[in-house]
Design a protein. Structure first.
Length: 255
């Protein structure tokens, strides 16, 4: 529920987006919580579940842990990182609509759930990879999320190789070509929306340094490192905010 004190800010958001020439969205786990996918760092988030395994999240989700304790990795991964039945929420739908209307040039996301694409977004830069894409480490054959879920223990290919999710684990670098594309979008944007992310994870958070446009908009339930320098800050669930600012506003214009 949006606090009444935030409503004037949503009107301001409408105005800023209407005047924007080229908008980019940078988002994180908070964009998908309204779809039933938990975030990472809250008390009941994905990282909290690693306590039951006796490892820090940075360890359990690392490349070396995947290699040494593959079965434990997949037990955690299936239980806490895969949400095949999740549906896009109003945040995803609003961004897809903005792209169709030509006002949003790219979605840069730290999420691996693929909900932006399910909502209809085309230009989506998945910095941390995708749970919907997997490959055999021996022969390279592609597999789906369902292939991972339908297998037990360590998922293997017909050739005998281990199937690895195409997600970026700790100790693995981000895709350099993807990063450069994200930097380019940041450079060209005059408006940047940061939503549903604490900006605690680098190098993704560092992309904001490449934005030199006039409007920096932060929509997040908690403060971020960019809250103080933002043109506009809205503390509310991002799906509700964008529904009012983009979806309902568009319907009102058509009525």
């Amino acid at each position: 529920m949006i606090n009444a004190s935030e409503l004037p800010k949503i009107e301001e958001l409408r105005t800023l987006l209407a005047r924007a020439g080229r908008t980019v969205f940078l988002g994180g786990a908070g964009t998908s919580t309204e779809s039933g996918i938990p975030d990472f760092r809250s008390n009941d988030g994905v990282f909290a579940a690693t306590r039951d395994y006796g490892f820090a999240p940075e360890t359990l989700l690392s490349r070396s842990f995947f290699q040494r304790h593959t079965e434990t990795f997949f037990d955690y991964y299936r239980k806490f990182l895969l949400y095949p039945d999740a549906k896009p929420n109003d945040c995803h739908r609003a961004l897809a609509k903005m792209e169709r209307e030509g006002t949003l040039s790219a979605v840069i996301t730290q999420n691996i759930d693929g909900l932006h694409q399910k909502a209809g977004s085309k230009t989506v830069l998945e910095l941390h990879g995708s749970a919907n894409s997997n490959h055999c480490m021996t022969c390279g054959r592609a597999f789906t999320m369902r292939d991972i879920l339908d297998k037990t223990g360590i998922p293997t290919c017909g050739c005998g190789g281990v199937i690895k999710p195409d997600v970026v684990l700790y100790e693995e670098p981000l895709n350099e070509k993807l990063l450069q594309s994200a930097v380019g979008h940041m450079h060209r944007a005059d408006t940047l929306i940061i939503g549903g992310t604490s900006l605690a994870v680098y190098p993704a958070a560092g992309l904001v340094d490449y934005f030199h446009g006039r409007n920096l908009i932060v929509i997040n339930l908690s403060n971020t490192s960019r809250t103080g320098s933002a043109t506009l800050t809205i503390s509310a669930p991002i799906g509700e905010v964008l529904k009012m600012a983009v979806l309902d506003h568009t319907l009102a214009k058509l009525a």
